[in-house]
Design a protein around this ligand. Structure first.
Ligand code: SAM
Length: 308
C-alpha cells in the first residue's frame, strides 16, 4: 500500500490534512485546475509511454490519470463512454466491423458489446498494455468485456495500425472507428492532425462513420475546436460536433467530432431505431434518442463559430 503521507507527485498536495489531486496543465488548461480529494493512491508508475496514476477518490470512485490528465472516474465515465459509442453505432445502418483506437480502460468496448446483435467483431488498438492491465484490476466495471469473444486487443500505435490499413481490401476495413485517445500532450499527438483524418478515411468501408474525442471544449478553447472541425472537413464532407457533459472533464464538458463521407446520413438523429433493441435500451444511463439529437445543439456563441 502506498503511504499518502510520503507520496510525492507534482499534482498531489496536502491541504488542511487532506490529500488532493489537481489536474494541472499549463498547455491544456492554463489558469485553471480541477481537484479531487484522494482517499488512497492505488498505483503509480511511469510506463514506456506515460505517467500512470490511479487513485481512489472520496466522491468519484477510482480514477485513472495519464500524464496528469484525468481519463475517467468510476462515477461519471458512463456519460462519455455511452455518447462516443452509441452516437456512431446508432447512426450506422449495420455496423459489423468496429475499430477502437486507444480506449485502454475498455469502457468503449463495454458499450460496444451492447450491440452484439449487430456487431461481428471489435478490434481495439491500444499503445500501452499497462493501461489495460491496470484497468482490469482497478476499473473492473469498465474493463469487464476485455476478453469477450468478439473483442480482439492489439497492442500497437493506433496511427501506425491505421497507416498499414490503407492497402487492405474493403472487407478488412471498418464500418465504425472510434478514437478514444488521450489528449494531444503525449502519445496521441498525431490524432489531432489532417493526416489522421486521411488515415481514418482510408480505413473506412463505404458509408462508414468515425468519431473522436476533440480534446478541448467550447469553454476552454473554442478556436481549437473549430480548427479541428475544419481539419476534419478537409477530408470528410459531413462533419458534426457533439458535446457531452460530465464533471470530471475540464469545464464539465467534452466535445466529440463525428464524420462520414455519406452526405445523406443525418448524423444528428439515430438511423437505427433504438427501441428495436429492447434488450439493450435499459442498459443506457446517459444515451437516449433525445440525448443523441440534443448533443449537437450548441449555445449560440459557440454554434456561430463551430458551425459557420
Ligand atoms: N476517455 C479518455 C479521455 O477522453 O481522456 C481517454 C481514455 S483512454 C484511457 C485513452 C488511451 O489512449 C490511453 O490508454 C492511451 O494509452 C491511448 N493512446 C494514446 N496514444 C495512443 C496511440 N498513439 N495509439 C494507441 N493508443 C493510444
Amino acid at each position: 500500500m502506498i503511504d499518502l503521507a510520503t507520496f510525492e507527485h507534482p499534482a498531489v498536495t496536502t491541504i488542511n490534512g487532506k490529500h488532493w489531486f489537481h489536474e494541472l496543465s499549463e498547455e491544456a488548461f492554463p489558469g485553471q485546475a480541477f481537484s479531487l480529494e484522494i482517499e488512497e493512491v492505488l498505483y503509480h508508475t511511469k510506463s514506456a509511454f506515460q505517467d500512470i496514476l490511479i487513485f481512489k477518490s472520496s466522491k468519484f470512485g477510482n480514477i485513472l490519470v495519464l500524464n496528469g490528465i484525468i481519463q475517467c472516474t468510476e462515477r461519471d465515465e458512463f456519460a462519455y463512454q455511452e455518447l462516443i459509442t452509441h452516437l456512431p453505432m446508432f447512426s450506422h445502418k449495420a455496423p459489423k466491423r468496429v475499430l477502437v483506437i486507444g480506449g485502454g480502460d475498455c469502457g468503449v468496448v463495454r458499450e460496444l458489446i451492447k450491440h452484439s446483435n449487430v456487431v461481428d467483431n471489435i478490434t481495439m488498438v491500444e499503445i500501452d498494455d499497462m493501461v489495460i492491465q491496470l484497468s482490469i484490476k482497478y476499473l473492473p466495471q469498465m474493463a469487464k468485456f476485455h476478453n469477450h469473444e468478439k473483442v480482439k486487443i492489439v497492442i500497437d500505435d493506433g496511427f501506425k495500425f491505421l497507416s498499414n490499413l490503407s492497402q487492405v481490401d474493403e472487407s478488412e476495413k471498418y464500418d465504425v472507428i472510434i478514437t478514444d485517445s488521450s489528449d494531444p500532450e503525449g502519445p496521441a499527438e498525431e490524432f489531432f492532425q489532417v493526416n489522421y483524418f486521411k488515415l481514418l478515411s482510408n480505413s473506412l468501408r463505404k458509408n462508414g462513420i468515425v468519431i473522436m474525442q476533440s480534446s478541448e471544449n467550447i469553454w476552454l478553447n473554442l478556436d481549437y475546436v473549430s480548427d479541428l472541425k475544419h481539419k476534419a472537413q478537409k477530408v470528410f464532407p459531413n462533419v458534426e460536433y457533439s458535446q457531452c457533459y460530465m464533471p470530471s472533464y475540464t469545464s464539465g464538458q467534452l466535445g466529440l467530432l463525428i464524420a462520414t463521407h455519406d452526405v445523406e446520413n443525418n448524423l444528428k438523429v439515430p438511423t437505427r431505431d433504438i427501441t428495436e433493441e429492447n434488450e439493450i435500451t435499459d442498459k443506457f444511463k446517459y444515451y437516449s434518442e433525445k440525448v443523441h439529437e440534443a448533443s449537437f445543439v450548441l449555445p449560440k456563441w459557440a454554434d456561430s463559430q463551430i458551425n459557420k
